[in-house]
Design a binder for this molecule. Structure first.
Ligand code: FMN
Length: 175
């Protein structure tokens, strides 16, 4: 299969996830093009068999570069098999309110862009204190404490379930 993976990433976790999906698809014999939505991504053509698009949630929103990409390619996108991987900290927990809000954020993106992916994967992201500036570290520490997550800002904490991502990929690769 010819696979296109487009992603938006602010602190790097969605990039890591997108690279993992690329490697895993290549291991299974597929041809993969990977591109950052902010880095002049290739326009979507009918030549791709599968398109995976990923973005992470920051202050209840996904990266605008990703929504722009989806909007400007919505025509071909909706005629191609496609999947969305949404990366957040809400997906790392089991708080009902957090999940409700997360699903609303995802639905808002799909409504705004008119995209109808075959599958949506909510992926747990990471707390990367070492990459945050003073302000982000302060805010994220407060949010983390409220959710019972680590508040020691000298380290990074990854919640991504790599085995679950493989299941998502295999589901997407099945026609
Ligand atoms: C400033 C900031 C705001 C965030 N806001 C949210 C949020 O509203 N909801 C959520 O579930 N996660 C939120 N997160 C967590 C990110 O989605 C998570 O860290 C994710 O792994 C980031 O992916 P990225 O490194 O690819 O950008 C926020 C993170 C930061 C740093």
């Amino acid at each position: 299969m010819k696979v296109l993976i487009i992603y938006g990433s602010t602190e790097g976790q969605t990039r890591k996830i997108a690279s993992f999906l690329k490697e895993e698809a290549e291991k299974r014999g597929h041809q993969v093009t990977l591109s950052d939505a902010t880095d002049n991504p290739p326009a979507l053509t009918a030549g791709y068999d599968l398109v995976l698009i990923g973005a992470s949630v920051h202050a209840h929103k996904y990266q605008t570069a990703v929504s722009h990409y989806i909007k400007s390619n919505a025509g071909v996108l909706n005629k191609t098999r496609s999947g969305f991987f949404s990366v957040s900290l809400a997906a790392a927990g089991d708080d009902t309110e957090d999940w409700k809000e997360l699903n609303e954020i995802t639905n808002a993106l799909l409504e705004e862009t008119g995209w109808k992916p075959a599958h949506i994967e909510q992926v747990a992201g990471a707390l990367r204190y070492t990459q945050y500036d003073f302000f982000k570290k302060f805010i994220m520490r407060l949010i983390a404490k409220r959710h019972g997550r680590p508040a020691d800002t000298s380290g990074d904490y990854e919640y991504t379930d790599w085995a679950k991502l493989k299941v998502f990929l295999e589901k997407m690769l099945k026609n």
